[in-house]
Ligand binder design. Structure first.
Ligand SMILES: [Zn+2]
Ligand SMILES: [Zn+2]
Length: 179
């Protein structure tokens, strides 16, 4: 499969994601152009009023109209996401539809009662984005705690890992993209 681009769909209200930083890093890592759609409102159908969270997997089909068959679609949501059986998720992705979504809700230090750290926030956004894009390319979780494909149970796991793939995961990425 040869991919042409990574298409990002931001949802309103937008968080203060540094688009220039995210674009530059994703292009560097995946060697694909990164394009941004105009921000759109959150789909009310994805909201669970009891949990006060959005169903993460709802976005995987919701983003399908942006799927051209040769691109990867990534949604960015500022609200909290969940999956049945899980209190929350940082993001989800499907290798079948090559759509993914991440939430920035729990990537702020302030969520954990700590002073905000702008650079740390942007780095966490990047890690979650690279991780979910990795899943769209068919990669699973990696046992290496420093690899971006390592599973994040908490923000501590996210902070421990790098935003890069370990050598063996990167081989899979190259194969999937056709590099
Ligand atoms: Zn994962
Ligand atoms: Zn790895």
């Amino acid at each position: 499969m040869n991919f042409k681009s990574i298409l990002i769909q931001p949802f309103l209200p937008e968080d203060r994601v540094d688009r220039a930083f995210l674009t530059e890093k994703l292009q560097e890592i995946f060697s694909l152009p990164v394009l941004w759609e105009r921000p759109v409102p959150l789909p009310p159908e994805g909201f669970d009023p009891v949990r006060k969270q959005y169903l993460a997997s709802f976005f995987l089909t919701y983003l399908l109209p942006l799927q051209q068959g040769d691109n990867i679609v990534l949604g960015i949501v500022s609200q909290d996401l969940y999956e049945p059986g899980l209190n929350f998720v940082f993001g989800v992705a499907s290798p079948k539809t090559r759509t993914a979504v991440i939430s920035t809700y729990r990537l702020h230090n302030s969520f954990y009662g700590l002073p905000e750290d702008e650079n740390l926030f942007q780095e966490r956004v990047l890690k979650e984005a690279v991780h979910e894009i990795g899943h769209t390319l068919g990669l699973g979780h990696c046992p290496n705690p420093e690899c971006v494909m390592h599973f994040s149970n908490s923000i501590l796991d996210t902070d421990r890992k790098s935003y890069l793939f370990c050598p063996s995961c990167y081989e899979k990425v190259k194969k999937a993209i056709g590099l």
